[in-house]
Design a protein around this ligand. Sequence first.
Ligand code: SF4
Ligand code: SF4
Length: 447
Amino acid sequence: MAYTFSGGIHVEEYKNTRKCRIETLPPPKTVIIPLSQHIGAPAVATVIPGEEVTLGQKIGNVAEEMLGCPVHSSVSGKVREIVKKTLPTGASVDHVVIENDMKDTPCPDIKPIEKKLTDVSTEEIVSVIREAGIVGMGGAAFPTYAKINSALGKVNRIIINCAECEPFITANHRLLLEHPASVINGIKILLKALGVHTAWIAVEDNKPDAIEKLEELTEDSRMITVKVMKTKYPQGDERQLIYALTGQEIPTGKLPADVGCVIFNAETCAAVYKAFANGTPSISRVVTVDGDCIKRPKNLLVPVGTPVTDLVEFCGGLAKGPYKLVSGGPMMGMAQWDPEMPVTKSTSAVLLFSERFGKKNVKVPTCIHCGRCVNHCPMHLMPMYIAQFSKIGDFTRAEEYGAMSCVECGSCSYNCPGGVEIVQHIRVAKAAIKTEKARLAALNAQK
Ligand code: SF4
Ligand code: SF4
């Protein structure tokens, strides 16, 4: 029996690239590497314009006591400049622009861990993961070392999120098929770090080939089990995943660790393994390039910092004029304004859509009180009320109606026959509520 949750939606899958092997993108001429690709404090540049850098060299660092990760160069070459640019999330941060010398001169600091896994302590594992700059590669970009630290002593199982429930994206699916051993070895390292003995690999049942491969590779393992999930959106949301697998609900404001679980993305596990086996920091990732404007959709292994235009060109260019560029999936991803935006550690997909996909066919968005958004909300909210309160600026009522519990999955907007951009209104309310709370906390701190 496949595991599932209540609510959610069945979206058209558009997994056009499910059979596209991961291809390595030719080396980019220039990379533009943001110094903040993680939740927490941005890194501070440790290089200056004109300096020569090696492949994998640290180019930005965050003080030990702060939440954040170092950032490394994904090419060898010369730092051209350090400029302020806008991230896919909208924040403005420093980016290190490096001209690739095409020599791939490796950083001399990159070395594998020479101890056996059984002889490595939790502290050593955490330190390797932090130094490698590994973050949640499913999109959240939370520093992995901090996730391990916050879960230590609280969890009894880890869950590997391989649901990949967003339409179009197949990057994780291909990784599981082509590099399953890297994912499984990464899981073993994470189990050792956390001192737990149970790992569940959660895969949606629309990936039978990946399920078969993982079951074959884990059949002798007493610790690692493959769990088959029903294909439904948003199965990959951590709250839905935990509910589906354990029947436990995570209260608002609490974390998976509060119900004994910690969740890692499949590519994050592979990155952990690469950091151990080769000493490689987080400098590349698999990206699905798709959408009806892309001539030849592909899965690509891409150096972090590569401009999106390089990916599009390698995929044969544009089939038609794009209406929308999205970083991430079409449901939870972010629309972008800069075609030169660089790939970051958490860019799972780059999608280019024409008006057919990108524009709602409604002139004046109007709620017709059909209740569909309520029926499909996996968090059991009343999205239309939260959206309406947000629209009129009544954020207190929006909060009373559970705005902060919204996981921004977009199931409500997807199904709304009135064309109401429900999730956008809820995002506005959440941002306003957070700002107000921060203001009150600052006032209290001054008293
Ligand atoms: S789905 Fe749209 S039209 Fe229906 S109740 Fe919700 S907001 Fe209103
Ligand atoms: S209200 Fe939030 S959690 Fe509920 S369906 Fe809409 S976006 Fe998803």
